[in-house]
Design a binder for this molecule. Structure first.
Ligand code: FE2
Length: 529
């Protein structure tokens, strides 16, 4: 299905001194069955949101992926377009079990969210899209095992914080090499800002902070052109949530980092969420955005082995404690004396609807392991400041009442093997979670692992390292390495490998294991493996 005409036409036109003009209407392409300007599948393919009987298949038609003309996103124009799809039992696409047509919606930048249903459970599939004379690469998808089915083992990875300007995405490539069953994206998939203080490895192409629909789209398109990220998406189904940089640093619900007018900020958030939707393999029935609202929290059950609650830590949270001009937007450190509001029981990280949904899911789960996949550090991180304890307002430390409520609930409902994973910190952490971190008698009720960034620079090592003696529940911390976390799960044992790349500034970086930890079934808490 290679284009027989495109290159030749371009070459011929150049030779003749002619200018090739992008045809304005997709219908012209479709009628001609020929993509003369660019590959419509330049942004690759992705699968995600797996169910026992299906999954979502994603692509976005973008023959000119970096076009920021708001009238022709990705170089496309005209109404909704139709693409063909094939789903097969084999990577060679010989044994096709399903084929048909899907809609690339003009309203969503010609993205496709094909919600495939009615397939047998617990099986791998391969798929591709076609349009005229163009075909996408082949991607891998999978249906979940049927609920309750005995499942002995599962390998997956989790990732966060891929700042394009801070480095290459070698970590994504090495994770793909491990053939995980799926990958969990915990947020900061893109960075909206432009680096102005620290070294830049490769530039955000437009040189401006993303804040509007065309600029967010352009950012996602640039990231999705990265070959390592594109390959990971093609080879492993994705479960996706977000953190702050998909919209703006350290925002909380309608509150921006800079005390903008909330109504204005919601306009920006709507654009950012819409661009996120346009580029992610999420279920349209659940996640299609409506203005500034978009639901992404969801639950995935892998037989009787593990249930994953995928959490949204940004959209519903209370604004940061003791937030206010001139210098208290976003992350700042507060003590009990400087900020009694932080401990207010009315403050929420999850929003009360999502918290109730999470509680119900945990209470009813029949799975051996229960994973809460969310964006930021859950464990307390106590920093001594002028003889007082200070806490960051942007992490769960900014919402301690919500954290205590959740951990007590986990304890009281005897959730089976609860494990929390997070990102955002650009650091590895391995932590015991207690309902009251300041009380040594408070029991360990869950285990937490935080993955370092794919490429984004880490915070100063010394500040946190110095605080570790005051935080004995933190077994391990390392902010000087970039990488990801790989998990090998068995019924009675979870192995957690912290994987680090040799140098994020090197496009060909090597990979190695920094540390390996474990959790034993029936015994919450970090164990050295
Ligand atoms: Fe980040």
């Amino acid at each position: 299905m290679k284009s027989p005409t495109r290159r030749r036409l371009l070459k011929g036109a150049a030779g003749a001194g002619l200018v090739v003009v992008a045809a304005p209407a997709l219908l012209r392409y479709a009628a001609a069955q020929s993509w003369r300007v660019g590959d419509p599948f330049s942004l690759g393919v992705a699968s995600g949101a797996p169910r026992p009987d299906g999954f979502v298949l994603w692509t976005r038609l973008a023959p000119e992926p970096q076009s920021i003309n708001p009238l022709t996103p990705g170089g496309m124009s005209g109404g909704d377009a139709t693409v063909g799809y094939e789903i097969a039992n084999d990577p060679g696409m010989h044994d096709v079990v399903r084929h048909g047509e899907a809609i690339a919606e003009q309203a969503f930048a010609y993205s496709v969210h094909l919600d495939v249903r009615g397939l047998p459970p617990g099986r791998p599939y391969w798929y591709r899209f076609t349009s005229g004379d163009a075909a996408s690469r082949v991607g891998r998808a999978a249906t979940l095992p049927a609920p309750g089915t005995a499942l002995e083992r599962l390998r997956f990875g989790f990732v966060s914080c891929s700042n394009y300007e801070h480095g290459y995405f070698s970590a994504y490539r090495h994770l793909a090499d491990e053939n995980p069953e799926f990958v969990i994206f915990l947020g900061d998939y893109i960075y909206e800002y432009i680096e102005e203080r620290r070294p830049v490895v490769r530039r955000h192409s437009d040189g401006i902070e993303a804040a509007t629909l065309p600029t967010y789209r352009n950012r996602y398109a640039q990231y999705r052109l990265d070959p390592d990220l594109q390959r990971l998406h093609a080879e492993a189904p994705a479960l996706v949530t977000w953190d702050d940089h998909e919209v703006q640093n350290d925002y909380a619900d309608k509150w921006s980092e800079y005390f903008d007018d909330p109504e204005q900020f919601l306009v920006r958030r709507a654009a950012a969420y819409r661009a996120f939707y346009e580029h992610m393999p999420v279920r349209p029935i659940l996640s299609r955005p409506e203005g500034p609202a978009m639901r992404i929290y969801d639950r995935f059950t892998f037989g009787d082995l593990i249930e994953i609650s995928l959490i949204d830590g940004r959209q519903y949270r209370s604004r940061e404690a003791c937030y206010g001009p001139p210098d208290k937007g976003g992350t700042h450190l507060e003590t009990d004396a400087s900020c009694p509001e932080r401990r207010d029981a009315g403050r929420t990280m999850l929003g009360f609807a999502q918290e109730a949904w999470l509680n119900t899911g945990l209470a009813h789960s029949q799975a051996q392991w229960n994973l809460i996949a969310q964006d930021v550090l859950m464990a307390q991180l106590r920093i001594r400041q002028d003889n007082a304890d200070a806490f960051s307002t942007d992490d769960w430390d900014g919402y301690p009442a919500n954290r205590t409520r959740l951990l007590k609930r986990i304890q009281n409902t005897r959730v089976s093997n609860p494990v929390v994973i997070g990102g955002d910190a650009h650091s590895f952490f391995a932590n015991d979670l207690r309902p009251d971190f300041l009380d040594p008698a408070s029991p360990v009720v869950a285990t937490e692992f935080v993955g370092t960034s794919i490429s984004a620079y880490g915070p100063p090592y010394d500040v946190t390292a110095r605080a570790l003696p005051d935080n004995p529940h933190i077994h391990f911390f390392e902010s000087r390495r970039r990488g990801y976390v790989a998990i090998d799960l068995e019924r009675s044992h979870m192995q957690v490998r912290m994987r680090m790349v040799s140098d994020a500034a090197d496009a060909k970086a090597d990979i190695a294991t920094l540390r390996t930890f474990a959790v034993e079934g029936g015994r919450p808490g970090v164990v050295a493996a």
